[in-house]
Design a protein around this ligand. Sequence first.
Ligand code: NZQ
Ligand code: ZN
Length: 381
Amino acid sequence: MKFSYVNPTQIHFGQGQIEAVTESIPSTSKVLLIYGGGSIKRNGVYDQVTAALSEHQWVEFSGVEPNPTRETMDKAVAIIKAQGIDYILAVGGGSVIDGSKFAAAAAKYDGDSWDIMTGAHQVTEALPLGCVLTLPATGSESNGAAVVTKAATKDKLAFITPVVQPKFAVMDPDVMKTLPERQLANGIVDAWVHICEQYLTSPAGAMVQDGYAEALLKNLRVLASQFDQRDNDQWRANLMWTANQALNGLIGAGVAQDWATHMIGHELTALYGVDHARSLAIVQPHLLRNQMKYKRGKLEQMGRNVFGLTGGDDLAEQTIVEIELFYHSLQVATQLTEHESDKAHAIDAVIGQLENHGLLELGENQSITLSESREILQMAV
Ligand code: NZQ
Ligand code: ZN
């Protein structure tokens, strides 16, 4: 095991913490407040944020859509450049935070902003960014990743660099009170798959990473089983903190990582508008079966340590069935048919996009070629 690890995002966790924005952004900064479709105006978060910014100079940009597009974020970049903005405050879920990371990097680049996503431009500088998280799911609030879509061509790509990692993240669980059930369920599933992408690989005897991943998975199982008690401070706080820890770099440090479920899922979202978390639930169980020869050891470990299974015929397959039941308990489907009726066409389209994006050898062993991706999707119909 070998790694370097730092997570420099300062976390302000707990009720009433939005006021920490005031001290977290230098008072001389000119701030662009970026948010989404307006949920923060309806639930009081906007008022709390603007109160915290009362001593700052600030302007706002709204309308970042779920699965943020470069088309929308380019408009934010134009404002940043025209008005001399030098700090971004993202207030929202993963989409707003990711879109803001893209804008922070694009603001320091004079070429075509999409170069950031294709890798044609290597990001070395960005505006400083802070965030107020309103939806626990992605971990974007304290990592350096961003996923952005080019609507014109339905390309949904990711970039990752420490340069865009938020300087601070406010996590006040009270903001979750207005989240629709669908988004809460999505958040649980997304965080769950983030853990799996870093845990369900080859056994490496990494006791800290494995043990912490298992603790987080068990938390999510408990929170899902208590879904009817979700209007509860403790439930909200535990979900918010668990989803954050799932993708802040710690459990993935020094171990193999997969991310193939995400790469295939992103194509489903870009082509058919499937919610991010729901795209993962469609792909992951079938991918685990397809990759059984690599994943059996960790699936068996997960079966014992997360689901309390004791053995029997095929422990790894039993574990996958438990994962499916976990998604179904949250009303999240694991088959493509429930989203897209012309399935043969959908599979061809996804494979075509994976090819266009050069995603030809996915997974921790680069063993998920286009033909494996096709088999996985065929199992998902
Ligand atoms: O736009 P608003 O009005 O804010 O409404 C949002 C949106 O409609 C709403 N919402 C958010 N907070 C709310 C609320 N509604 C009521 N009350 C609140 N407190 O929820 C809807 C979904 O928001 P979105 O930000 O799209 O959801 P999520 O946080 O799940 O983010 C998904 C995006 O993150 C990317 C995904 O690909 C997707 O584009 N990911 C980012 C990652 C990262 N940066 O590390 C990793 C993930 O794997 C993921 O790929
Ligand atoms: Zn995800």
